[in-house]
Design a binder for this molecule. Structure first.
Ligand code: ADP
Ligand code: MG
Length: 270
């Protein structure tokens, strides 16, 4: 699969160039109170691209993701989604419009425990659209089918396996047909087989629907299986220390921190 992705990604990058940018991060500094976590970050993510954000624990991966979805205003710099700046003076309005175009899969999955799967997936559609209940039911069925959960509509999250909960959360994140999907450690807590299935599902959605995906992860098998491009953050330097295809970073990275990351664990089955 690694080889398939690597030839595919070269073509994709040439196709979208820089005029088709899904996410643009310009000179962004992020922090909490007096503490600066990331400094002067510049980053463009092309439409349809799958980008993995990696780096050690506490280096600022989730912080960068939070800023990209508008949950953490930057200390400096600007962020644009689909060409629209979400950090400027009309921030509230820009975010309201951006929320309909992005889906977010948080680490915990964060399904509502007292609601059925169908009700969980319906939630964002009810909140952000004026569609009729019948139409919402149809969309919910479609989304659950997309992630292989047809027949489980009435179950509560607690009645599902971890992998199924993750897929349900993905169905919910996809409820409004997002142009960009943000995932924070989507395979956290899953066994390797279930995690590989989730990766495959993300890849299918990317291929079929051309959704741009930004995945925070530190799992090397996932990174190599799904990402077109990786961005490696480092806590000490508060910035990006490497950027490129997983193959490039594995074989060519001069930086010892990058080498250490890509060679620390062997991929099962080569
Ligand atoms: N809400 C917060 N308030 C204060 N500090 C935070 C908050 N969230 C994260 N941090 C700090 O910012 C740094 C980066 O955190 P985070 O982005 O969660 O790292 P990662 O996702 O790469 O593990 C860490 O040192 C963390 O302790
Ligand atoms: Mg995190």
């Amino acid at each position: 699969m690694g080889h398939f992705r690597s030839s595919g990604s070269g073509m994709k990058q040439a196709e979208h160039g820089l005029s088709e940018v899904a996410v643009r991060v310009d000179g962004v500094t992020l922090g909490y109170g007096d503490r600066v976590v990331l400094e002067s970050i510049d980053l463009g993510i092309g439409k349809g691209e799958i980008v993995a954000i990696l780096g050690g624990s506490g280096c600022g991966k989730s912080t960068l993701l939070k800023a990209m979805i508008g949950l953490l205003p930057p200390v400096a710099g600007s962020i644009a989604l689909g060409g629209r700046v979400i950090t400027g003076p009309d921030r509230e309005e820009a975010l309201a419009s951006a929320r309909k175009k992005i889906g977010v899969l948080f680490q915990s999955g964060a399904l509502m425990g007292s609601l059925s799967l169908a009700e969980n997936v319906a939630l964002p559609i009810q909140e952000l659209t004026a569609l009729s209940p019948d139409l919402i039911t149809d969309i919910v069925h479609l989304k659950l089918e997309m992630v292989g959960l047809t027949g489980f509509e009435t179950l509560l999250p607690a009645e599902l396996s971890g992998g199924m909960r993750k897929r349900a959360a993905l169905a919910r994140a996809m409820a409004l047909d997002p142009e960009i999907l943000f995932c924070d450690e989507p395979s956290a807590g899953l066994d390797p087989v279930t995690s590989a299935e989730l990766d495959e599902l993300l890849l299918e959605l990317n291929r079929a629907l051309h959704i741009t995906m930004v995945l925070v992860t530190h799992e090397l098998p996932s990174i190599e299986a799904v990402s077109d491009r990786c961005i490696m953050l480092d806590g000490k330097s508060r910035g990006i220390i490497a950027m490129g295809t997983p193959e490039d970073l594995r074989s060519e990275a001069a930086d010892p921190r990058v080498r250490a990351f890509f060679h620390r664990q062997a991929r099962p089955g080569g």
